[in-house]
Design a protein around this ligand. Structure first.
Ligand code: SF4
Length: 272
């Protein structure tokens, strides 16, 4: 595992630990404040309220422990099945606030979340038929000089090789999965409803991947970060090898083509 990937994981662990401590401190405060005023109802009121808050603290601690075990071991313990959901629904929003307080960029925080989300998806999710997998990309992957309209029909691409859409189409044809370009969240959601995939391999920047993962939960999304040599949202690229490796991991083994071990990603891009 690369040093960068390790750092992302460490950052995520640091942020969820801080978030969990903050949540527990907040819950403790919730107990303490009325404690002073609840005395007039009798001792039972203060202790009942204290027990309720204590149960909430145990719940947060349980969620944190489950997530930590998943992240460190890379395996889902049956006792902590909902780790990915908790990470997405509870910890990510709070982690983002905490990270910002400590001056971390949103990009860094989202990057660490995507890294951990991918590991949780790898540990939780099995293998699927090709028609149950969808590759979803933003339109900035298409060359800005290209006039073809791909949103409604990806086969409008002439496969000139000027951008990685050609390679992604080759991957679609080779593995038989769905492949679509979405110009925004609304179209992405419509594509998901129309195609009913069981899992998505999404290519995008940190911001779009993090929001896409949240939007589509509980549908598993494996994120592949795009590369932005020309800045954000312009002529972005993606490692076809990373996408193909993800396909090999999530496709049923008996549905893999005979030439699955040869990378489409090594096909030269003629237009670059
Ligand atoms: S491969 Fe060529 S035709 Fe296809 S989207 Fe890219 S630039 Fe357009």
């Amino acid at each position: 595992m690369s040093v960068e990937k390790d750092n992302k994981k460490r950052l995520f662990i640091g942020l969820i630990t801080g978030t969990c401590l903050l949540l527990c401190a907040f819950l403790g405060l919730l107990w303490y404040v009325p404690y002073a005023g609840l005395d007039s109802f009798g001792a039972w009121a203060t202790w009942s309220w204290g027990l309720f808050i204590f149960a909430l603290i145990v719940l947060v601690g349980w969620a944190y422990a489950g997530l930590l075990i998943n992240v460190i071991l890379g395996k889902t313990h049956p006792f902590f099945q909902k780790a990915r959901g908790l990470s997405i629904k509870l910890f990510l929003p709070l982690m983002t606030i905490l990270g910002r307080v400590f001056g971390l960029s949103k990009r860094k925080i989202r990057g660490s979340f995507i890294k951990v989300n991918n590991e949780l998806v790898l540990s939780e999710v099995g293998r699927f038929d090709p028609e149950k997998i969808m590759i979803l990309t933003p339109h900035c992957l298409q060359a800005s000089r290209c006039d073809m309209r791909l949103t409604y029909d990806i086969d409008n691409c002439k496969r000139c090789g000027l951008c990685t859409i050609k390679g992604l189409l080759e991957l679609r044809d080779k593995y038989g999965v769905h492949f679509h370009v979405a110009t925004g969240g609304t179209i992405a959601r419509r594509l998901v409803v129309q195609n009913r995939p069981r899992m998505i391999i999404a290519i995008a920047c940190e911001r779009d991947l993090a929001s896409g993962i949240q939007d589509t939960y509980p549908l598993p999304v494996y994120g592949v970060l795009n590369e932005r040599p020309h800045g954000p949202c312009l002529d972005t690229q993606v490692s076809l090898i990373d996408v193909e490796n993800a396909l090999r991991r999530f496709l049923k083994e008996d549905k893999l083509p005979a030439d699955a071990d040869k990378n489409v990603g090594l096909t030269p891009l003629t237009g670059l």
